[in-house]
Write a protein that binds this ligand. Structure first.
Ligand SMILES: [Zn+2]
Length: 234
């Protein structure tokens, strides 16, 4: 294969230089080792089997496919496999059930909350957001002040007595880098649950948490904050 000629601009616009530094695009080595992102940040990786987004925060490391390569297109790059690692090991079922208990108390109104991770203390904590407006189809809430090192590990909200699913409003609100869960059908002993990974607008459904860890007391099988002025779930 001949080397493609593509002369770069002599002096890139400093705004582009900053953006490319914050979110570089890299080819995945075919023969040498792949070195995962070591520090918090985001990269886009072009592999022979697709375009991948790589994200590291203090709460998670995620390597997920963000785009397909056209069938038949041969690229001289290595392959990647999706990964998801949680810095805290697993999501404690007890904390999620505590959120469900709180959500049952206000049902059929919705409730929003989060599991907040403190990497310095190595602890996850359940936080219930203050509802600014809440009814059966929507909850607007105020995020609590977090310490500088704290991050939202799991975004939580309830659908009261309705089924669990991610609505268009939820899609607009889930702009961060975290896991997200909605619980519904809270009038039943076993609520419905929808669960996904949110990576800067890439929304990836994940398996139902209790499919894999019914008796372990934790959820460990799956492998930044909202941008709207008033965070809201529907
Ligand atoms: Zn919702």
């Amino acid at each position: 294969m001949e080397r493609a000629e593509c002369a770069p601009a002599a002096l890139p616009d400093p705004r582009d230089a900053l953006l490319h530094h914050q979110c570089p695009v890299l080819p995945v080595p075919r023969f040498g080792p792949f070195a995962p992102l070591a520090q918090p940040g985001q990269r886009m990786l072009l592999a022979s089997n697709g375009l991948f987004i790589e994200v590291r925060t203090t709460a998670l490391y995620a390597l997920q496919r963000a785009g397909q390569v056209a069938p038949g297109l041969a690229l001289p790059y290595g392959r990647l496999q999706p990964q998801l690692e949680l810095a805290y090991g697993r999501l404690p079922r007890t904390l999620i059930e505590a959120f469900m208990d709180a959500a049952r108390l206000v049902a059929p109104h919705e409730l929003a909350g989060a599991l907040v991770y403190d990497p310095l203390a190595g602890l996850l904590e359940l936080v219930l957001h203050t509802s600014v407006l809440a009814h059966a189809q929507r909850v607007e809430y105020r995020l609590p002040p977090l310490a500088p090192q704290q991050v939202v590990a799991l975004d939580l909200h309830s659908h009261g007595h309705g089924p669990a699913f991610f609505s268009e409003g939820d899609n607009l609100d889930d702009r961060g880098m975290c896991l997200a869960m909605v619980v519904g059908d809270l009038q039943h002993a076993r609520p419905s649950v929808a669960f996904r990974l949110c990576l800067n607008g890439l929304l990836l459904p994940q398996p139902h948490p209790w499919q894999h860890a019914p008796d372990t007391g934790g959820i460990d099988e799956w492998r930044d904050t909202g941008s709207s002025p008033t965070p809201a779930k529907e």
